[in-house]
Design a protein around this ligand. Structure first.
Ligand SMILES: [Zn+2]
Length: 351
């Protein structure tokens, strides 16, 4: 029996030494230590061993079992470790690999101009106010001193949605009317309202059925004496900051329904600095803005008593300012700026 045990030990350790995988290891375990295993059958034969030999054989049996179990545990640990390493290897991320390059974007020219204008007005204490693009006729026209049937309506070919009551706003002026009404006729106002406006224009290089208007409105008590020189000072500051310090602002008499007196505002041509070039048609000046003192009828319609309150209003197209500033010749380009190289190029011109 002793020889048998030593033989089993030798055989077991020999196959274990050649064992290369977990499955074979399991088979070996069953073969030697399982219920039907070789060692178990020896154990069963212990009852035939004489009393005096039992301790010796028992000790040997334990030793053989211990040696086999120890080797199996060792191999088990080895296989587990190998498997873990294999898994770690397959899930390894190589952080030195170069990734996808993300190119820097740049704001669209139009968006940038609008933001710049908002910031300049805010630095002068103006609020930025928003209003609906689908508007009622009364806010878009009537309150602004343009009653039904008035010829001034013809100049703004309007998109009507419902009879002659609801329309796509043809100007941002209805936001002025709404702001004055909301203020209840007894608070000073200093605001701009940038936003999309719509007219039934045929699109070409200089016209678009949708464009961005920016309007400014200042209303204060009459004793504060808001005047044309405040208007001029405000626009002068605005355009000097948008273009450059040498930009001059000039007023020419004009006519609008909602202001009295009204002016058209010219700027020194930023392309030729006033010397004359194709962009300014050799006049040295570029028209960008309409403005004037708020018409008493508009104040009255919007809840302000023109005997106690006065103010100025101005309005211009953001696209026009953008085109003049960046020397663009086609307004349609502004809505179609999808090429990052192009927007980035305009952005760099700022530096
Ligand atoms: Zn010029």
């Amino acid at each position: 029996m002793q020889d048998k045990l030593l033989e089993i030990k030798e055989k077991a350790l020999s196959v274990l030494n050649n064992c290369k995988d977990e499955k074979t290891l399991n088979d070996i375990k069953v073969k030697f230590l399982g219920k039907q295993g070789e060692l178990t059958s020896i154990l069963r034969g212990m009852r035939d061993v004489s009393q005096e030999d039992r301790p010796k054989i028992g000790a040997l049996l334990n030793e053989v079992r211990g040696a086999i179990e120890e080797k199996i545990t060792e191999l088990n640990n080895k296989f587990n470790e190998e498997q873990l390493n294999k898994k770690l290897q397959s899930e390894k991320i190589d952080v030195t690999l170069s990734g996808l390059q993300v190119k820097n974007g740049a704001p669209s020219v139009l968006e940038k101009v609008i933001e710049d204008i908002e910031e300049i007005f805010m630095s002068m204490g103006f609020d930025v106010v928003d209003g609906p693009e689908i508007e009622e006729d009364k806010f878009n026209f009537e309150m602004l001193n343009i009653p039904k049937g008035h010829p001034a309506r013809d100049a703004q070919d309007t998109f009507y949605i419902e009879d002659e009551k609801v329309l796509l706003r043809s100007q941002t002026s209805p936001v002025q009317a709404r702001t004055m009404l909301a203020a209840g006729g007894n608070k000073p106002i200093r605001m701009i309202c940038p936003g999309k406006t719509y007219r039934r224009d045929s699109d070409d290089a200089t016209h678009s059925h949708q464009f961005t208007q920016i309007e400014g409105l200042v209303v204060d008590r009459i004793e504060r004496g808001i005047s044309m020189s405040d208007l001029k000072g405000t626009l002068d500051t605005l355009f000097k900051k948008i273009f450059d310090e040498k930009t001059e602002v000039r007023f020419r008499p004009s006519y609008y329904q909602f202001t009295e007196p009204s002016v058209e505002v010219d700027l020194t041509c930023c392309s030729c600095k006033g010397k004359g070039c194709p962009m300014c048609k050799n006049t040295g000046w570029i028209t960008v803005c309409g403005a004037g003192m708020v018409h008493p009828n508009v104040l009255r319609n919007c809840g302000y008593d023109p005997k106690e309150w006065s103010g100025f209003a101005c309005g211009f197209g953001a696209e026009r300012v953008a085109m003049v500033k960046y020397g663009m010749t086609d307004i349609r380009k502004l809505d179609n700026q999808t090429d990052l190289r192009e927007t980035a190029a305009f952005d760099r011109r700022e530096d």
